[in-house]
Design a protein around this ligand. Structure first.
Ligand code: FES
Length: 342
């Protein structure tokens, strides 16, 4: 390695400043004291061991706090142990590598001039030689304890990703369940009424004021198995505008009631809840990535990454003035997926 400046890369005459050079090498404790080097070696091994234990802890925690499609009661602990395991696993490897490099590897400073990206053959051969020297400098061949600890940490760390992945392979990936929601009909065969979320109170059309957005769920949704999934798919936003500004195609003319329109609250981008209503522009916004939908024009996308309009829920009013769904959404709710049909 050269410490002389490369003339071709040098700054123009008059703008150069003196090369300060490299500060004199200051030996570290471990350079002169074998006991200190041994101590550093043990510290590095302990850090790798922490990584190993964290990874094992994450896997054990994943098994001890299972989460399934029907039981999410362990979700918090499951996420906590996986997160801690992953974090400590990676942190242990990172800190150990830095500590190893700082205390045990060769610390002589070297200068390398910039050059064309592809070096000539001699340079490439030298690079391979340097890699070999680096491996020799790390002393891995002479330090079986570190070699074993590093190997163990690197071999186990990916398990924190792989175990949950493999564990989910048996999950229910049947996407057809997204095609239908609880709005398809009440269990007794009667209409599915619109109710306030979360108080589950039926709503009359007369209560829907202009400028407000109502968060709606199906009335009387039974709190049985899959309740939360069914509710998450069926959530709706309800707004009232001047009926004359609605741009409704012929086949949707009966889907609104006196300017009241209902759309799925699940963003068609990646499924966040659409929750902000601009009453002046009649746009609804998704707070996650700012997709914006025009509720006067079939909730078409006017801005943002979403590619599809929000599905519309056709609504009507019964003899007493209560709002109900005529039938399910006009298309599957939520983000696009590989099997969806228009
Ligand atoms: S999830 Fe709504 S914009 Fe991304």
């Amino acid at each position: 390695m050269s410490t002389q400046p490369n003339k071709e890369l040098s700054a123009p005459e008059g703008t150069q400043f003196e090369n300060p050079g490299i500060a004199p090498h200051r030996p570290r404790l471990g350079d002169e004291d074998a006991k200190a080097a041994k101590r550093s070696e043990r510290q590095v091994a302990v850090l790798f061991t922490i990584s190993i234990l964290a990874t094992i802890g994450a896997i054990v925690g994943y098994a001890v706090y299972p989460v399934s499609a029907t039981d999410a009661s362990n979700l918090r602990m499951n996420t906590l142990v996986l997160g801690l395991g992953l974090g400590l696993g990676m942190l242990g490897i990172g800190v150990a590598a830095v500590h190893w490099a700082k205390t045990l590897m060769n610390d002589h400073e070297k200068v390398e001039e910039r050059h064309a990206q592809r070096g000539d053959d001699a340079t490439r051969e030298r690079a391979v030689e340097m890699l070999r020297e680096g491996a020799a400098d790390s002393g891995i061949a002479r330090r079986p304890l570190l070699k074993g600890a590093l190997g163990g940490a690197l071999a186990l760390a990916p398990l924190s990703f792989l175990v949950p992945l493999v564990g989910n392979l048996g999950a229910d990936w049947n996407v057809s369940k997204f095609r239908h929601t609880a709005w398809a009909g009440a269990p007794d065969g009667g209409p599915r009424y619109l109710a306030t979320d979360p108080t589950n109170r039926r709503l009359k059309a007369s209560e829907i004021t202009r400028g407000s957005m109502f968060h709606i769920m199906p009335w009387g949704l039974p709190e049985e198995e899959h309740y939360l999934e069914e509710k998450a798919k069926a959530v709706v936003i309800l707004m009232r505008v001047d009926p004359s500004i609605l741009k409704e195609p012929e086949d949707r003319k009966e889907w609104s009631y006196d300017g009241i329109v209902a759309y799925s609250k699940v963003c068609t981008h990646v499924g966040c809840p659409v929750a902000l209503y601009e009453q002046q522009t009649h746009h609804v916004l998704c707070p996650c990535h700012q997709s914006t939908f025009d509720i006067t024009d079939q909730a078409k996308v006017v801005f943002g990454p979403a590619k599809r309009p929000l599905p519309q829920l056709p609504i009507a009013v019964d003899d007493e003035g209560y709002l109900y769904a005529q039938h399910d959404f006009n298309e599957p709710v939520g983000p696009s997926y590989w099997e969806r049909e228009r």
